[in-house]
Design a protein around this ligand. Structure first.
Ligand SMILES: NC(=O)c1ccc[n+]([C@@H]2O[C@H](COP(=O)([O-])OP(=O)(O)OC[C@H]3O[C@@H](n4cnc5c(N)ncnc54)[C@H](O)[C@@H]3O)[C@@H](O)[C@H]2O)c1
Length: 417
């Protein structure tokens, strides 16, 4: 029913299939889900529009929805994150794919609009752009929507703002916030993949460098941990006093960004906040500083100010631009200030994404099974789903854990002396 797929080169489908098969190997939870649900036709007649990074891991999830009978449309959640071979493979399987690496801003929104043309019942989003588009310019698709899900922190913040303002029109499950997503994907996924992206892009040595991590939330913790593991001297900047203490007690140097710019070699923003590296910081930043962002949107580094201050901008490597400032200092921007792990790397490892997407999968089933009882608000992933995903993961990794004995359960529930 949707408009024909738009991908860079459908001839890349075979390469994409190999990539997706490789990811699948490391996603044992999906082995179970394919086996248990793959032949079930449980999603027959259900239309699902998804806005996700089009990576090999995403494909493992989307392909399952397709196999189960859903009509699926997929657009990229970032103009630079699409793996074109994967997009080609999914399109060759009959999924409506609207994504290619290097979309312009206008093309990006055109693709989201295309994805909505299937008139979805379920909306899966990463960052909130698709939910926001539906509530503003595409209200025509609202009547068919049972509910949606949201993959990342920034998207959940936007949806909670919509709920607060009384404009949210369908229930949304905040997949991001559930422990088996946020504790693993945001921390260990971004921790590894952001450093991987940075190293692929720049090829510089991390050991011995002053690496400034802005934000000590889930993402920042993972990035700081992995930068330290590579031998960096890690500096953390924060605005939350509790997180700042946590970073300090974890052994990191905590200071204001105003000071960090004087000593930092590499900067990685992980806040979800705008202008964390602003004009006033750029005015004093060290010559040769490398700037990268791991937060969802390209707002954390004030790229417009950097461009404005530069007397010359040139591409020096595939994902690195050199900004020469008036006084001769040079600043290197990685991946245009967009998600470094997806622009310059391949995103999170499959072993991590299986948790996130298993939560997405069960959240979709939950919406379908409970849609009459759900109202337009932001819901947590049901606790039993989180625990199920954790148990599947442990099983997949061959890890056994203890169980409480009946006496221990009783002890936990007792209040008497
Ligand atoms: N790159 C990826 O693949 C990926 C994966 C998951 C999440 N994300 C995105 O990363 C961002 C952070 O997510 P999170 O889960 O860590 O959120 P979080 O809320 O756990 O952490 C954000 C932290 O940034 C701090 N902060 C806010 N403004 C700041 C400022 N001006 N200076 C310093 N610190 C500041 C906050 O106090 C908070 O501790 C979000 O945009 C999220 O969507 C990206």
């Amino acid at each position: 029913m949707g408009v024909p797929s738009i991908v860079k080169d459908i001839g890349l489908a075979d390469v994409g299939k190999r990539e997706v098969d490789w990811a699948y190997r490391f996603m044992p939870v999906f082995h179970v889900l394919y086996e248990e649900y793959g032949g079930s036709n449980r999603l027959e007649g259900v239309r699902i529009a998804a806005c996700l990074h089009v990576t090999k891991e995403t494909a493992v999830f989307i392909r399952l929805l397709h196999i189960m009978g859903a009509e699926v449309s997929l657009a990229a959640s970032n103009p630079l994150s699409t793996q074109d071979s994967v997009a080609a493979y999914l399109a060759s399987e009959g999924i409506n794919v609207y994504a290619f690496r290097g979309e312009s801003e206008a093309e990006y929104f055109e693709m989201l609009n295309n994805a909505l043309d299937i008139e979805p019942n379920i909306v899966i989003d990463d960052g909130g752009d698709l939910h926001s588009l539906i509530h503003s310019k595409r209200r025509d698709v609202l009547p068919n929507i049972y509910g949606g899900t949201e993959e990342t922190t920034t998207g959940v913040i936007r949806l909670k703002a919509m709920e607060r303002d009384g404009v949210l029109r369908y229930p949304v499950i905040a997949v991001n916030d559930t422990p088996t997503k946020r504790l693993f994907d945001n921390k260990y996924g971004t921790g590894q993949s952001a450093l991987d992206g940075l190293m692929r892009a720049t090829s510089v040595l991390v050991a011995g460098k002053n690496v400034v991590v802005a934000g000590y939330g889930h993402v920042g913790k993972g990035v700081a941990l992995r930068a330290r593991g590579l031998g960096a001297k890690v500096i953390v900047t924060e605005v939350d006093p509790v997180k700042a203490i946590e970073a300090h007690l974890d052994g990191f140097t905590v200071m204001k960004m105003d000071r960090a710019v004087e000593i930092g070699d590499i900067f990685i923003t992980c806040t979800g906040m705008k202008d964390v590296i602003d004009r006033r910081h750029l005015e004093r930043i060290r010559d040769g500083a490398i700037l990268a962002n791991a937060g969802h949107f390209n707002v954390e580094i004030n790229v417009a100010a950097l461009r404005d201050m530069a007397v010359e901008v040139r591409k020096v490597r595939e994902h690195v631009e050199e900004y020469r400032l008036g006084d001769g200092r040079r600043v290197y921007l990685v991946g245009e200030g967009r998600l470094v792990n997806l622009v310059a790397g391949e995103g999170h490892p499959p072993d991590i994404m299986m948790n996130s997407f298993a939560n997405q999968f069960f959240s979709i089933l939950y919406i379908l099974d409970n849609r009459d009882g759900l109202t337009p608000k932001v819901y947590d992933v049901p606790k039993e789903v989180d625990e199920l995903v954790a148990r599947y993961t442990l099983r997949g990794w061959g890890i056994e854990i203890d169980e409480l004995t009946p006496e221990q359960k009783k002890y936990m529930e007792s209040w008497m002396l």
